[in-house]
Design a protein around this ligand. Structure first.
Ligand SMILES: NC(=O)c1ccc[n+]([C@@H]2O[C@H](COP(=O)([O-])OP(=O)(O)OC[C@H]3O[C@@H](n4cnc5c(N)ncnc54)[C@H](O)[C@@H]3O)[C@@H](O)[C@H]2O)c1
Length: 254
């Protein structure tokens, strides 16, 4: 049990999937949560789960690829909640197919959301965290960003970029008592993966085989990732920064 009572966390992409698991894990530890997600009805459901744990929850329907809107939503959250202690950059998207079959719209979407959107969110909160001389930034990367992954060339590039960006920010912000770490999920069952399995039979077969391929014999669940995030958000993790933690049942060990 980590004590996050009274802390305010912002979780991008908190409406469903891994983000929803992160919200629930943070709320179990007592954190109040601002979700930043476009899916309003799913976000409402996540908010009611957070509230059941006795915590405050609001969704701020915002596209994180729109820089100006991101800056103004972070100002609004800071005003509404009084502060931001933890930022979890989780919103992201992927499409599995060979690089030569990717169209340029796919590249743009992946880069804008997974990398540029994350940068905008960090920029939106970083001065606030520096001013109060404390803060936690936890970026959801991917094992694809550490070791590469077939059919995810541009996606892997963005996730590798997130890891390098996080390490640099960890160095720049250490003097301000702001830690920056990455959590890298392995294959985790979420609506994004369910959509991919439906759209592409080949991808479906790969995920069906995961229970045999992953050393711990199952795919990840959103709460597996949420538990790692809750730890990194806690006081117990106050001497950990610039690190990259895989939560993948041992699929990658690098
Ligand atoms: N599921 C996996 O196997 C897996 C593996 C490694 C890494 N990841 C990473 O975990 C994160 C979450 O993935 P998931 O599988 O839960 O996906 P998901 O699609 O199920 O959930 C993503 C959430 O992000 C939100 N979102 C998307 N675009 C947005 C935008 N422009 N602005 C605001 N919100 C937006 C969506 O509405 C959704 O609620 C992503 O960064 C993904 O790359 C997932």
């Amino acid at each position: 049990m980590f004590d996050l009572k009274g802390k305010v966390a912002v979780v991008t992409g908190g409406a469903r999937g891994i983000g929803k698991g992160i919200c629930e894990c943070l709320a179990i530890q007592g954190a109040n949560i601002a979700i930043v997600d476009l899916l309003e009805s799913e976000a409402k459901e996540t908010c009611s789960i957070i509230e059941k744990h006795g915590c405050r929850a609001e969704n701020y329907s915002t596209d994180i690829t729109d820089r100006e809107k991101v800056y103004s939503v972070f100002n609004k959250i800071e005003n509404d909640f009084g502060k931001i202690d933890v930022l979890v950059n989780n919103a992201g998207w992927d499409k599995i197919e060979p690089f030569v079959e990717n169209d340029t719209e796919t590249w743009e979407k992946v880069i804008n959301l997974n990398y540029k959107g994350l940068i905008y969110c960090v920029r939106g909160v970083v001065e606030h965290m520096k001013e109060k001389n404390s803060g936690r930034i936890i970026n959801i990367s991917s094992d694809a960003g550490r070791v590469g992954s077939m059919g995810e060339a541009v996606y892997s590039g963005t996730k590798g970029a997130v890891i390098a960006f996080s390490k640099t920010m960890a160095r720049e912000l250490a003097r301000n008592n702001v830690t920056v770490n990455c959590v890298c999920p392995g294959p985790t069952m979420t609506p994004m993966i369910e959509d991919m399995m439906k759209e592409n039979k080949f991808v479906g077969k790969i995920f069906d085989a995961m229970d045999r391929i992953i050393p711990l014999r199952r795919m990840g669940e959103p709460k597996d990732i949420g538990a790692a995030v809750a730890f990194l958000a806690s006081d117990e993790a106050n001497f950990i920064t610039g690190q990259t933690l895989s939560v993948s049942g041992g699929l990658t060990m690098s």
